[in-house]
Design a protein around this ligand. Structure first.
Ligand code: FAD
Length: 398
């Protein structure tokens, strides 16, 4: 029987939509408020590792994933200047046998669109756009959310899924004191036909160098090549998913890098830049009937490709907790307890991975070769990733 519970979600990003879909499938009433004027494609590529894919499959999105995702089974580690390369099996190569779910590369817009359409197929009226959440309060019987253009909305629970600059987090817990890393990310997509034939291969390439790293992988069934570079540069400190830069500026940041890197940059449609900031993990992210998920509570550096996966896992565990416990405050406590340690560990491990790929040894090809062979051996890779990919948010204890 459906539960008499009304959940309000601030933010229709990857985490908010996953939570909404999981709640609907448990028969729990939910309303999602998104500040953007429409739910349209935004962003570039992202990694959906087995721990995230498992959740999406449970939510019935397997066919939708198959239509757009790419499984890149090989990966090349390449040296920034000479282009010397080491061919390794990618995570995707044995993911299904090893973890029971594939490792996929996706356009964020495609993932977002499949979540929106799965929700619209059930309850189109629960997704509200032009709906910026500005304030909230809670009392003994529920929460009140103030939404620009929609007035005050009443529910039993409020979930802040409003991203890295969450107003829900800010109002509950104050300033999160982000610290600039001195690094900038460039992101962009290249229509595959613009690249020379040898560069169209459906593989992941990780370029590593002494002052940055570049990752490329195909998305949207190989129609687009995703490009992201994380580079040391301290004069750009805007943390934004939508700030555009220029091709020339990106080329300048990557001066000295191999011609293949420049070839990709020259063909990017729109280069976006994003300052990378560190935040310490929160010790708690729940207060009474209000909690957080995804980047709102555990934003992380992108080096392990886990930002979207953690938000997806949160959405599933949140829905299971609200379904399992009658008292919403108890449910949110169980949700946070189930998620806190894992999310905090991933935040810290993502920082470590950033340090692993930004090394002075990589400036010299002999020491770089030794370093790469030591760091990217099979045993090291398994140790770094097995515990991430094995996790099953659909059955983990809550
Ligand atoms: P997000 O996916 O960031 O979603 C947060 C949502 O909350 C957004 O839709 C935002 O508009 C909304 N919101 C914020 N404040 C309010 C408010 N006050 N009221 C209502 N709604 C609000 N990650 C990548 O790895 N690669 C990319 O290319 C990429 N591009 C992105 C482009 C955009 C436009 C955005 C918003 C995010 C992008 N991300 C990208 C981030 C990635 O989606 C997240 O890191 C990850 O998926 C965690 O998801 P989340 O739901 O916690 O946050």
């Amino acid at each position: 029987m459906a539960k008499a519970l009304r959940v309000l979600i601030a933010g229709a990003g990857i985490g908010g939509l996953t939570a909404a879909l999981a709640l609907l499938q448990k028969g729990i009433d939910v309303e999602v408020f998104e500040r953007a004027p429409e739910l349209k494609e935004a962003g570039a590529g992202l990694h959906c590792s087995p721990n995230g894919v498992r959740v999406l499959q449970t939510l019935g999105l397997n066919d939708a994933l198959e239509r757009v995702a790419v499984k890149a089974v090989d990966r090349d580690i390449r040296l920034w200047d000479t282009g010397q390369s080491w061919r390794l099996p990618n995570h995707g190569a044995s993911s299904e046998e090893r973890y029971g779910a594939p490792y996929l590369f996706l356009h964020r817009g495609d993932l977002h669109a499949m979540l929106v359409s799965a929700i619209r197929a059930q309850r189109p009226e629960i997704l509200h756009v032009n709906a910026r959440c500005v304030d909230f309060a809670q009392d003994g019987s529920g929460v009140t959310l103030d939404v620009e253009g929609h007035g005050s909305v009443r529910g039993d629970v409020l979930i802040g899924a409003d991203g890295v600059k969450s107003i829900v987090r800010g109002k509950l817990f104050g300033d999160d004191n982000p610290k600039f890393t001195g690094r900038l990310a460039w992101r962009g997509l290249v229509p595959i036909e613009r690249l020379p034939e040898p560069m169209r291969a459906p593989i992941t390439t990780n370029w590593i160098g002494p002052n940055g790293s570049v990752t490329t992988y195909p998305v949207r069934k190989g129609e687009l090549m995703n490009f992201v570079t994380l580079v040391n540069r301290d004069d750009w400190q805007a943390e934004s998913w939508t700030d555009q830069g220029t091709i020339d500026e990106c080329l300048h940041d990557m001066r000295g890098w191999h011609d293949d890197v420049h070839e990709i940059i020259r063909n990017i449609d729109v280069p976006y830049k994003w300052g990378l900031f560190l935040r310490d993990p929160l010790t708690s992210w729940t207060s009474g009937r209000i909690s957080l998920l995804g980047d709102a509570c555990h934003p992380m550096l992108p080096y392990l490709g886990q930002g979207a996966n953690m938000a997806i896992e949160d959405g599933m565990v949140l829905a299971r907790s609200l379904d399992a416990f009658d008292d919403v405050e108890v449910a949110l406590t169980h949700y946070e307890r189930a998620r806190g340690e894992r999310a905090s560990t991933i935040v810290l491990k993502s920082r470590e991975q950033g340090d692993r790929v930004n090394r002075s040894e990589l400036g010299d090809s002999a020491s770089a070769a030794r370093y790469i062979e030591a760091q990217w051996s099979g045993g090291n890779i398994a140790q770094r990733y097995d515990w991430i990919f094995d996790y099953d948010a659909t059955s983990v204890e809550i």
